[in-house]
Design a protein around this ligand. Structure first.
Ligand code: ZN
Length: 393
């Protein structure tokens, strides 16, 4: 199929498109105009003044979506610079997972996010100040006066294109055991009251995992789902706990949120062997303490592929699936004509690669996705150093 000549802003030519959202894995050109995908075809005819980038031999995917990161840069001690940590990894949409609460989200919305080209969205923490006190108070749900359901729900409802849900950290450093059940109830209430999703940090939970999962319904998110802490998805015999399987079966999203310490390679491998797959691959990117390794999206897609997930499965879990979780599948997560012009181009570099987790396990792989180019709203916003030639061909 060849298109008739049209004037485009940018054409990627010669690449292989992997777009699980529209069931394409094959040779395609992709053209952008006015910030949107304008055409996808085996050959796109260009006009003389179109900008063309030759991506022959490379993999084109929809721009990756990181469902759990910390992007309130400058707003708390552990949030990263969004563009530096997203665009270089092929990520065009980053979701901040509770860095801010109803008392301090405005500066994130009005000053931090607009300073970046990455599309940035948020879940608000059930704690009024998000993670602002994390590094000194360990998370801040020890004093329940920091929770106000009505004001949290109101803040979310009045920011429908920016806030997509409620985050609560069920971690023994973040919430005392005697407050944990009440914090879950209040977070659930805020999500229901705002008509949005609930995202629960389940790594190191002071409550039994089955009890936490009871609070979650279809579309809610169990983040750090593959952690190796005491309340993991595995029982003592390494089998998927029935409550975790039941949650996945009723549509609870099993989200990776890798970080340094929240994703155990052995748990992932055991889960994959039992056909228990991550719904979404995300980074939990933050400024880590010394000695902790964190990865960006292109490395996590590569790592999960090395652990046995198909490339299609790993790209699906980082594009169309997180788009569906956000309810944005009509605008992001795929490169159908008319959708947002967000794309990534990767070299599938072959060699020997090793990824770590903080439990001391290594993953060996033979393929790594090296980011070559990131396109956001139809513009090339990040390019690998070797890409020096842009223009007609
Ligand atoms: Zn996080």
């Amino acid at each position: 199929m060849t298109t008739t000549p049209t004037n485009y802003d940018l054409i990627l030519t010669g690449g292989t498109l992997l777009d699980p959202g529209q069931g394409i894995h094959g040779r395609r050109d992709v053209a952008f105009k006015d910030g949107l995908v304008a055409a996808v075809a085996e050959h796109i005819e260009a006009e003389p003044d179109d900008t063309i980038i030759d991506v022959t031999g490379k993999l084109i995917t929809p721009g990756l979506i990181d469902l759990h990161g910390h992007f309130y840069h400058g707003g708390n001690g552990s949030a990263v610079h969004p563009d530096q940590n997203c665009l270089s990894a092929g990520t065009t949409t980053g979701v901040d997972a509770g860095s801010a609460g109803f008392l301090n989200y405005q500066a994130m919305r009005d000053y931090v996010f607009p300073a970046h080209q990455t599309r940035l969205l948020a879940f608000l923490h059930i704690s009024a100040v998000g993670l602002a006190s994390n590094r000194v108070l360990g998370g801040g749900l020890h004093d329940m006066r920091v929770i106000d359901v009505d004001q949290t729900a109101d803040a979310i409802k009045s920011n429908p294109n920016f806030c997509f849900g409620v985050k609560v950290r069920m971690h023994y450093n973040a919430v005392a055991p005697w407050n944990a059940r009440e914090a879950m109830k209040l977070a659930r209430k805020a999500a229901d009251q705002s008509g949005t999703k609930l995202m629960v940090h389940v790594s190191g939970t002071p409550l039994p995992l089955p009890e936490v999962l009871e609070f979650l319904g279809p579309g809610d998110i169990s983040t750090h789902a593959f952690n190796g802490d005491h309340e993991s998805i595995l029982d003592r015999n390494g089998k998927i706990r029935p409550e975790a399987r039941a949650a996945a079966d009723r549509g609870v999203i099993m989200d990776v949120a890798h970080a340094g310490v929240h994703c155990d390679t052995e748990v992932v491998k055991a889960a994959l062997e039992q056909d228990f797959f991550p719904d979404t691959i995300s980074t939990d990117i933050h400024i880590p303490p010394p000695d902790r390794t964190v990865y960006l999206m292109n490395d996590l897609v590569s790592k999960f592929h090395a652990m046995g997930l198909s490339l299609e499965g790993a790209i699906s879990a980082s594009t169309v699936k997180p788009a569906k979780v956000l309810g944005l599948e009509d605008s992001i997560g795929s490169l159908k004509p008319g959708m947002s012009g967000d794309a990534a181009v990767f070299d599938l570099r072959e060699g020997r690669f090793v990824w770590h987790d903080m439990a001391g396990h290594n993953v060996d792989g033979k393929v790594r996705l090296d980011t070559f180019l990131t396109v956001r709203a139809g513009n090339a916003v990040w390019r690998e150093g070797r890409l020096t030639h842009m223009g007609q061909c």
